[in-house]
Design a protein. Structure first.
Length: 191
């Protein structure tokens, strides 16, 4: 099944699909590791369960997903990946979520799988309206979520680590570089 078909099967909202495609695009510019790219492309599949102010059509989809997968977006994502039979990707997405939840405690990034580290970094570069710098994203999170924990020093250490693994200058990745990759990313196969 292709990513596009997976998104259709699980009724991924266009905004959520674009977010995951942006994260996947950033990862694909950094590496050609298929597992890392696929992890990025599915890392937030269950996020519809947490959205507020949805259009009426999406509210009914949200209710169905909340009944089936629960109200915790991370757990919903894992359950969707289980449901789709994507065990390997499920495990990688779970690692990324654990990495995110324990960011303060992990200083040796090499102990984290490449897909988890790349997905977390790329996710930290995507705001609501596109790819932004790490600093812009930190400010965005602090503004939107007044209580959001911000550990700038840790985030910049992660960016330096990702740069050490990258084929390109990670700080130079922009929305204009990522958007043209969407069509190709939608054809990636998940098994």
């Amino acid at each position: 099944m292709q990513i596009k078909q997976l998104y259709e099967k699980y009724q991924i909202m266009p905004q959520l699909a674009q977010h995951q495609l942006r994260v996947g695009g950033i990862v694909s510019l950094i590496t050609k590791d298929k597992a890392a790219i696929l992890t990025a492309l599915v890392h937030d599949m269950g996020n519809i369960v947490k959205f507020s102010n949805l259009d009426l059509g999406w509210t009914s989809v949200q209710e169905i997903f909340q009944k089936k997968y629960g109200r915790d977006a991370n757990l919903a994502t894992l359950k969707i990946l289980d449901d789709a039979g994507l065990t390997k990707l499920r495990d990688l997405v779970e690692q990324e979520a654990e990495f995110y939840q324990n960011v303060i405690n992990i200083e040796d990034f090499s102990k984290v799988s490449l897909p988890a580290a790349l997905t977390l970094y790329a996710d930290s570069r995507v705001a609501i309206d596109g790819v932004v710098s790490l600093e812009e994203r930190i400010v965005d999170l602090e503004t939107r979520y007044k209580q959001h924990r911000s550990d700038r020093e840790w985030a910049y250490k992660l960016e330096d680590y990702i740069q050490s693994l990258s084929r390109c200058d990670v700080k130079s990745i922009t929305e204009e570089m990522v958007t043209p990759l969407f069509d190709e990313l939608l054809t990636y196969r998940v098994e």
